[in-house]
Write a protein that binds this ligand. Structure first.
Ligand code: HEC
Ligand code: HEC
Ligand code: HEC
Length: 193
């Protein structure tokens, strides 16, 4: 009798544990790893991105930067907005999220709109079994399941930043802006189906 109770108890524990771990997977909050974590394998995209306005989106929050535009939008041109959470949400990567931007001192690699703002936090999808040089033919669906955003679409941009919450919102045409805002695009070499 005691033995049966013991087994039933173990089964319940095991059942709860699987239930929990499944829920964990489903709601996982992936961490941001910073541009260095992508640069080593995507040097061309990195170099090209570094020249875009996205890369320097943090700089323009400093006092005196874009003074005229700020005044026109009713902002204080001499104010330092580099610690203002309202601005950081769109001018840094992952602000307010797990492993995301905190401050220039603590998380310099996440200042500006960098790789993971558009492509999703990378802590999981850069692991060996996903996007890796040892696994060049990963399946896109598998990496998307663990946080990669690909392809990045117009909706990605408008949902995150290019919307009316921005004091500088202007009409957003994805095709046109993709050219100037993201990075140069290079065809993929491997099959991911
Ligand atoms: C260890 C190497 C490695 C690292 C690190 C890495 N990637 Fe990749 N990534 C790859 C490989 C390999 C491919 C497939 C390239 C191909 O098919 O030509 C790829 C493809 C991609 C694609 C295209 C996805 C598709 O199939 O549509 C995106 C987007 C991407 N990477 C973004 C990132 C981002 C963002 C980071 C950093 C968070 C990152 N990668 C880090 C190796 C890496
Ligand atoms: C919802 C996202 C979002 C928020 C919040 C946001 N911005 Fe921006 N900001 C943008 C986007 C997107 C652009 C680029 C506008 C465009 O070209 O479409 C931009 C552009 C700018 C520019 C450049 C304007 C120019 O014409 O040169 C400055 C300066 C700026 N933002 C400062 C701020 C400040 C300061 C705050 C906080 C008070 C802030 N932003 C809050 C998304 C945001
Ligand atoms: C502002 C958004 C944005 C940022 C920032 C960004 N990307 Fe992309 N990325 C895109 C878009 C849009 C595509 C094209 C999606 C498509 O057409 O399928 C893309 C495509 C890619 C691809 C597929 C191959 C290619 O060249 O098109 C890779 C790899 C990639 N990005 C890596 C990176 C890395 C690494 C960084 C940071 C250094 C980065 N991206 C930063 C938006 C962005």
């Amino acid at each position: 009798m005691l033995k049966t109770l013991g087994i039933v108890f173990l089964l319940i524990v095991a059942f709860c544990a699987t239930g929990l771990s499944q829920e964990d997977d489903g709601n996982a909050d992936y961490n941001y790893i910073g541009t260095k974590g992508c640069k080593k394998c995507h040097i061309k995209q990195y170099k090209s991105w570094a020249k875009t306005k996205m890369a320097s989106a943090y700089e323009i929050l400093k006092p005196g930067e874009r003074a005229e535009a700020k005044e026109k939008a009713g902002l204080d041109a001499q104010k330092d907005y580099t610690t203002d959470g309202e601005c950081l949400a769109c001018h840094t990567t992952g602000y307010g999220k797990a492993g995301g931007f905190v401050s220039l001192e603590e998380t310099p690699q996440l200042a500006g709109v960098s790789c993971e703002m558009c492509h999703g936090a990378g802590s999981e999808y850069v692991k060996e079994q996903y996007m890796h040089l040892k696994n060049k033919n990963y399946k896109l669906a598998d990496v998307v399941k663990v946080g990669l955003v690909s392809p990045v679409t117009g909706d990605t941009c408008t949902e995150l930043c290019h919307n009316e919450k921005s004091p500088f919102f202007k009409a957003f045409d994805f095709k046109e802006r993709k050219e100037e805002g993201t990075h140069e695009h290079f065809p993929l070499k491997y099959v991911h189906e």
